[in-house]
Write a protein that binds this ligand. Structure first.
Ligand SMILES: NC(=O)c1ccc[n+]([C@@H]2O[C@H](COP(=O)([O-])OP(=O)(O)OC[C@H]3O[C@@H](n4cnc5c(N)ncnc54)[C@H](OP(=O)(O)O)[C@@H]3O)[C@@H](O)[C@H]2O)c1
Length: 329
């Protein structure tokens, strides 16, 4: 992709992944428009401290459900990285949930994910953006009970929306619906849309709040579970995801979806590995059977030039950042 105009927009700039994407873009000499929902909030302070931020980063107040705010943020940009989307931990709070359990998921997850993505894409079309990189998720790939057993899951596999809903996997549904709608929009409008589908993202925190995927690792270190399911974990480093997004944007040949995953490990093996490096933490005491192994492939992304760091580096750097933030005290 031509480098003449290097102004791009990142939605959800202050989140876990968004912050690393902004850092990566600034260090690659991009001018970045970052969207945040509460400008001035201390939780975004780290962004202004990034190298080159004072000259090349401008934050905009925008909610993905507010089309006009997106238009102002995206105006003048050649590319957009659509990172913003709600990522719940185990529960989604909304007092109406007790009355109608599907309503809160719709309001808090599905609508911002799906309508939010379509709003971003419409604003991109309006602003004549050349390419949009949409951050989807491995959860838009894996949840498909009809996928032949033993066959590698890659970009050809889509999560089954009805199955997601029937099994209450509302986050998976939100990401599957948002990504498939994004490609439908691209087909109708001619907008150049590429998606990246990361699996569980770990790696150092830049922001002061704890996001849902980092909490998975923090709980393994702190919670002292009596028993945990010995499930497959597919892990990728947040810095490698930021690199994947840049490749998906810059490589002219990039098209369609890209599964972004690096290391597959059983929960018990992950716990053992962590314990051997950091024996002082409160690890799960036992594991129950975790079901079938998933075979995944990020070969398509590797063909674009993507590579990833070791799992040990990701774990050591994650834990170092949690320690510095006082999260493990
Ligand atoms: N972490 C993972 O393991 C993982 C794996 C696969 C895919 N992903 C995807 O990666 C993206 C970033 O996730 P993350 O892990 O970085 O989570 P995060 O730290 O919770 O970030 C989520 C971001 O979305 C923004 N957001 C949520 N609702 C919004 C709305 N209505 N309008 C505008 N912004 C909104 C938040 O903005 P505020 O800062 O204003 O709250 C925040 O910046 C998401 O699309 C997620 O689905 C994450």
């Amino acid at each position: 992709m031509a480098q003449a105009n290097k102004k791009v927009c990142v939605t959800g700039a202050g989140g876990y992944l968004g912050s690393w994407v902004v850092k990566h873009l600034l260090s690659n000499n991009y001018i970045v428009h970052g969207t945040v929902r509460q400008p001035g909030d201390a939780k975004y302070a780290h962004l202004n401290q990034l190298e080159k931020a004072s000259d090349n980063l401008k934050l905009f107040k925008a909610d993905v459900l507010d089309y006009d705010s997106l238009c102002s943020s995206i105006a003048g940009c050649t590319g957009v990285f659509h990172v913003a989307s709600p990522v719940p931990s185990s529960s989604v709070s909304n007092p109406q949930a007790a009355l109608n359990p599907t309503l809160n998921f719709f309001v808090e997850l599905i609508e911002p994910a799906v309508k939010g993505t379509l709003n971003v894409l419409k604003a991109c079309l309006e602003a004549n953006v050349k390419r949009v990189v949409v951050v989807s998720s491995g959860s838009a790939i894996f949840l498909n009970p009809r996928w032949p057993e033993g066959q590698i899951k890659d970009e050809a596999c889509w999560s089954d929306k009805e199955y997601c809903a029937a099994t209450n996997n509302w986050y998976c549904l939100s990401k599957t619906e948002a990504e498939s709608e994004a490609f439908e929009f691209a087909k109708r409008s001619g907008l150049d849309v590429v998606s990246v589908c990361p699996t569980l993202i770990l790696g150092p925190l830049m922001q002061s709040t704890i996001n849902a995927s980092s909490l998975v690792l923090i709980k393994i270190l702190k919670e002292g579970y009596e028993s945990q399911e010995n499930r497959d974990r597919s892990i990728v480093d947040v810095r490698d995801v930021a690199q994947a997004l840049l490749l998906a944007y810059e490589k002219p040949e990039a098209e369609g979806r890209y599964l972004c995953t690096a290391h597959r490990i059983k929960a018990r093996d992950l716990s053992d590995k962590l314990r051997s490096m950091f024996p002082q933490y409160n690890y799960p005491k036992s594991f129950t059977d975790g079901g079938k192994e998933e075979k995944l492939s990020s070969e398509k992304l590797q063909r674009l030039g993507w590579s990833y760091r070791s799992l040990e580096e990701t774990l050591v750097d994650s834990i170092e950042s949690y320690r510095k933030a006082g999260i493990l005290d």
